[in-house]
Design a protein around this ligand. Structure first.
Ligand code: C2E
Ligand code: CA
Ligand code: CA
Length: 728
């Protein structure tokens, strides 16, 4: 017998009758256990169900002798929470309420109680009773005199019915209660929990404030799923139904106007009779994780994939590559982007990048990728469908496309780009080395004059390896004092004598011998070692200045080449002060040579840095003048005192009339700005004559002296007549 059943085991019965003998009769029939056996046996035969076996039922009999009294007892029993299961009510109980009245009243206060009207007279027909009390399954008419078995059976049946109905009500409450508990739990989880049928119809769904769907029970779940994911989700649900397996899936849903939520769902089959009848979907909102994920894999400015995502994509392309497939990686770098940033501001620079991204995006087809690697560098993964010549054409078309003038914020911008290409046909290639190869090719395109593309070849990789080796050796060179300063004389045409030198670095490599600066200065710049190199040179030069000063050669000045990276270092000022103090050299005899392009890379801050240095007393000249993009408005602001015309302009003078005109114009312009002019790379007497006539101030070149060691320079300086007066 169930736990619930036991609660109602002890069945209370109320006898309402004005005749005390009737009470005794009932007690005899129902009260004494000993007398029960014969009826029990009978019952057991009639109702084999254990629940109906009265053997264990104990009746608790109460008596009331008037309708009113009976009513009070029912009321009291209810209050006690020990209600009566049934009552026998006599029809006639003068002087009080009759049976009908009593029943009517009792039902008002206890709707569950089973009632038996006991009547000796047929003063009311069944129909009349119904007329007065209404149809009810809780009422039975019992005619006197009583048949004992009848009363016994009636009592068992009615009290059992009462008990069962109480039990079911109680069970229902319990179910409702547990349902509510479960509902509260289900509603309080952040995830969406729902049951759907095969067609996506929602059979159940929890609700919470974070809900990711717009649909309720009866709606269709698939409606909310973004078009591009719907098919996939439907197929997955179908699989869950067909195969009866749990599946996980990631998809996007639209949660309102233009807003998307990302869900990660686990779909579990729900079985009934060995058949999948529904699927339970538990999905979490992974929008925040997705957003972060997106940020990690994309460039915020252009919305393109970033380097990480690009590498991953290249990796997957390699993995899925069929032997006949071929693709190319192109690294694209905008030329002189810094200049654009400086001249027009970063905001315009950003707009240019976005525009370039759009232009490039049009050249991307399905299964290809455009990414922004950082700064002004983009990358494309391009499929090579036909021959390699196609990729050459493609790269060519990109350089052409990126050469088109653009108008941004009313300014005309003339961009150009350098491109490095690597063609991939071997699936065993490694992503990082492919990227390095593309970079090497790009480096090559840049060093060959920019605004062009280069395809990677093995020699470029060797070059990279060489650069890495040189970098390592440079570190040793700095520690081991393998550098030496050479000095090339600068001849003042007005005074007709050597007025100073340009210090040129030489590397006494333990195995390779003397290494020229062109071979290692760019690497020192790339690796950041240049600052240490410049520091060494400054020290050697200042020592030399001090030596010459001590030898009485006071008027001789020396210029030191300074890289863009050095110059932008705030430490430069401190290093110079320190070196001057240590060596005791005269700072006014020290000069710095800055290339035109290095100053123009960050013209604004160059103006400031130059002012600080010239305030300290040293001189600054612009090196390689004519090869960069100087703006004359800046030159006026620079605290410089010399321009050095690049030797490429001198080389063909005085034959090439264009160069003649350029050199004459530079000299005229410089003089108007009160600047002295140095001509570099003078190799012939004709060049010297032309420059003399053009009123060039200072000459430097093999014709009047090659770079030489400090000892030799000292020796020559001590000879009075240098250079030979016949020459000038
Ligand atoms: P640069 O500043 O233009 O230096 C002048 C270069 O032209 C020197 O080459 C010099 O030897 C060469 N030269 C001088 N007269 C003639 C001539 O009549 N004909 C020809 N064909 N060449 C001539 P070098 O010493 O090989 O230096 C090359 C470059 O390396 C320099 O170009 C400079 O940019 C850089 N460099 C040299 N020393 C240093 C240094 O200490 N620091 C830095 N940052 N760069 C340096
Ligand atoms: Ca120089
Ligand atoms: Ca130069």
């Amino acid at each position: 017998m169930s736990q619930v059943m036991k609660e109602f085991e002890n069945r209370r019965i109320l006898i309402i009758d004005d005749d005390t003998r009737i009470h005794e009769d009932f007690r005899k029939i129902l009260g004494e256990k000993d007398n029960q056996s014969e009826y029990d046996e009978l019952e057991a035969k009639l109702f084999s169900d254990d629940a109906l076996n009265t053997g264990s039922i104990v009746y608790e009999l109460d008596s009331a002798y008037q309708g009113e009294e009976g009513y009070e007892k029912v009321l009291a029993a209810n209050k006690e929470k020990r209600p009566y299961a049934m009552a026998f009510v006599d029809m006639r109980m003068p002087p009080g309420w009759d049976g009908l009245e009593t029943i009517k009243r009792i039902w008002v206060i206890d709707s569950q109680i089973q009632l038996v009207i006991c009547t000796a007279y047929s003063d009311y027909s069944w129909n009349e009773v119904l007329y007065h009390l209404g149809a009810s399954d809780r009422l039975i008419i019992l005619k006197k005199p009583f048949d004992m078995v009848e009363v016994q059976q009636l009592t068992t049946a009615l009290t059992t019915k009462w008990s069962l109905s109480r039990e079911s009500v109680s069970r229902l409450h319990q179910i409702e209660e547990s349902e509510e508990k479960y509902r509260t739990v289900v509603d309080s989880v952040e995830d969406t929990i729902m049951t759907i049928d095969k067609d996506g119809k929602i059979l159940f769904v929890n609700h919470n404030p974070w809900h990711m769907i717009n649909q309720a029970v009866g709606g269709n779940y698939y409606v909310d799923i973004k078009d591009e994911y719907r098919e996939k989700v439907m197929q997955t649900v179908k699989d869950v139904f067909d195969k009866g397996e749990q599946k996980c899936i990631e998809y996007a849903t639209s949660t309102g106007k233009n807003s998307t939520a990302w869900s990660e769902g686990r779909i579990t089959p729900y079985y009934k009779n060995n058949e999948v009848v529904a699927a339970t979907l538990v999905s979490s909102d992974i929008s925040a994780r997705k957003a972060l994920d997106w940020q990690l894999r994309h460039d915020e400015l252009t919305g393109l994939s970033n380097r990480a995502q690009f590498s991953t994509y290249v990796e997957s392309c390699l993995k899925n590559k069929r032997p006949e497939d071929k693709f190319a990686i192109l690294f694209i770098d905008l030329d002189h982007f810094n200049l654009i940033n400086d001249c027009f501001g970063h905001e315009l620079g950003d707009k240019l990048l976005v525009k370039i991204a759009r232009i490039l995006n049009k050249k991307i087809e399905k299964n290809e990728m455009l990414a922004r690697l950082g700064g002004d560098e983009f990358a494309i993964l391009k499929n090579v469908n036909t021959g390699d010549s196609d990729i050459h054409k493609y790269a060519e078309s990109l350089t052409d496309l990126l050469k088109q003038p653009l108008t941004i914020d009313g300014f005309d911008i003339y961009p150009s780009a350098s491109i490095g290409v690597v063609i991939v046909s071997d699936a065993s290639a490694v992503v990082t080395s492919l990227m390095q190869d593309a970079d090497a090719a790009l480096y090559h395109a840049k060093s060959r004059g920019r605004n062009r593309y280069e395809c990677f070849d093995q020699a470029m990789r060797d070059e990279v390896v060489k650069r890495v080796n040189v970098g390592n050796e440079l570190r040793q060179a700095i520690e081991g004092d393998q550098f030496e300063a050479y000095f090339q004389p600068l001849t003042n045409l007005v005074e007709g004598k050597v007025s100073g030198f340009e210090a040129l670095i030489r590397w006494n490599h333990p195995e390779k011998g003397l290494v020229c600066p062109d071979e290692f200065i760019p690497i020192a710049e790339e690796t950041g070692l240049i600052f240490s190199v410049t520091r060494k040179m400054l020290m050697m030069v200042c020592c030399q200045l001090k030596k010459w000063k001590d030898l009485g050669l006071k008027d001789i000045s020396i210029s030191v080449n300074c890289s863009a990276r050095d110059f932008n270092e705030q430490k430069m000022q401190g290093i110079i002060e320190e070196t001057i103090n240590k060596t005791g050299a005269d700072i006014t005899k020290l000069e710095l040579e800055l290339t035109e392009s290095s100053i123009m890379d960050d013209a604004e801050s160059s103006v400031e840095s130059m002012r600080i240095l010239t305030d300290m007393g040293l001189n600054i000249s612009i090196d390689d003048f004519g090869t960069g993009y100087s703006s004359f408005s800046y030159i006026k602001q620079f605290s410089i005192d010399k321009l050095k015309i690049d030797r490429t302009f001198i080389k063909d003078t005085p034959v090439d009339q264009d160069d003649v005109a350029i050199v004459e114009a530079i000299i005229a312009m410089a003089h108007r700005l009160k600047l002295k002019v140095v001509a570099e790379g003078v190799e012939t007497n004709e060049q010297l004559e032309f420059l003399k006539n053009a009123k060039c101030d200072v000459i430097q070149g093999y014709f009047l002296g090659k770079p030489m060691s400090a000892d030799e320079a000292t020796k020559r300086l001590q000879e009075n007549n240098w250079p030979n007066q016949d020459l000038i």
